[in-house]
Ligand binder design. Structure first.
Ligand code: NAD
Length: 280
């Protein structure tokens, strides 16, 4: 008598995603016949323009909703009826709920970083921090950083106008003087309490470190959002210097916690999902 509960993930090159396992195990623990299908445009050899057809397809098949990842988090907005306040503010959607013929876009990425930080670096000093990376994830993480009461957030991106745009949006949202674009990590880290990394550096396809190791000091806390691998060169270097570190897995788990809650209206067990994730 269990009704099938179907959700998906639309993205490109997502075959290694841990989201299906994470969601389905939590769904099963709630007694649901919960399936989570990867809808990978790369695997299906589809052009990026297939996005609206894929949304139609999932909706027609009775899906409760779908996660959205790279490269569709912005593009999907044109195909939705409504946005949550967070999704509108960030201009990006990672979770779409299908309800009564309407598509509602949400963003649980910022919440994912927020919750991970609260749990993993609860008493971190927050007067000033450097964020490296102002792309899709950087925008969500920056929002979380200011919500976490990091008083001053410096932002470095090798695309400087992108860092400037993000700093200006944050100052509009949170008040002047909270965010600054910097042209060089060395202009910030010697004065900062911590470092947040949100570029792809440290993944197998992008080896290396986003800042020079010489800039990292023992007093810094270091948070990475890269989660493949969980321990990046940056985190390994920081740990060796005695820094407190926060790996990217926590953000992954808590964005899924937020999405699960939106999809099925049940409260997931975050501790259980964290434990599942570490086994995956
Ligand atoms: P993106 O391509 O949208 O943005 C990356 C940004 O980093 C760009 O603005 C780019 O100019 C900048 N950049 C790249 N290399 C740089 C360097 N060496 N120095 C300075 N700036 C540099 O990518 P994204 O979607 O923001 O994702 C970034 C990373 O975050 C990826 O590795 C992704 O897997 C990870 N991520 C993790 C989670 C999670 O839940 N843990 C969620 C989303 C993204």
């Amino acid at each position: 008598d269990k009704t099938a509960f179907k959700v998906g993930l639309i993205g490109a090159d997502i075959q290694l995603s841990k989201s299906p396992a994470l969601h389905m195990r939590e769904g099963a623990a709630h007694g649901l016949d919960y399936s989570y299908e990867l809808v990978d445009v790369s695997a299906r050899k589809l052009p990026l323009s297939a996005l609206p057809d894929l949304l139609d397809e999932l909706e027609a098949r009775g899906f409760a909703g779908t996660n959205i990842t790279h490269p569709f988090k912005q593009a999907v907005i044109a195909h939705l009826h409504e946005l949550s306040d967070d999704a509108r503010m960030l201009g990006a959607v990672n979770t779409v709920v299908f309800r009564d013929g309407r598509r509602i876009g949400h963003n649980t990425d910022w919440y994912g970083f927020y919750e991970s930080f609260v749990r993993g670096l609860p008493d971190a000093k927050r007067d000033r921090a450097l964020l490296v990376g102002a792309g899709g994830a950087g925008v969500a993480v920056a929002h979380a950083a200011l919500k976490l009461d990091i008083m001053r957030l410096d932002i470095f991106d090798r695309d400087l106008p992108r860092a400037e745009r993000l700093a200006s949006e944050l100052n509009d949202r949170f008040g002047e003087g909270r965010a600054f674009a910097v042209g060089d990590p060395a202009a910030s880290l010697p004065f900062a309490d911590g470092l947040i990394h949100a570029t792809p550096m440290g993944m197998p396809a992008h080896p290396g470190m986003p800042v020079s190791a010489a800039l990292i000091e023992q007093r810094h806390w270091v948070a990475d959002i890269v989660y493949m691998p969980l321990v990046t060169e940056l985190l390994a270097t920081a740990a060796k210097k005695g820094c407190r570190t926060l790996p990217g897995g926590g953000m992954t788990v808590f964005q899924a916690v937020g999405a699960f809650r939106l999809f099925c209206g049940r409260e997931p067990d975050a501790a259980r999902m964290t434990a599942h994730f570490t086994e995956l």
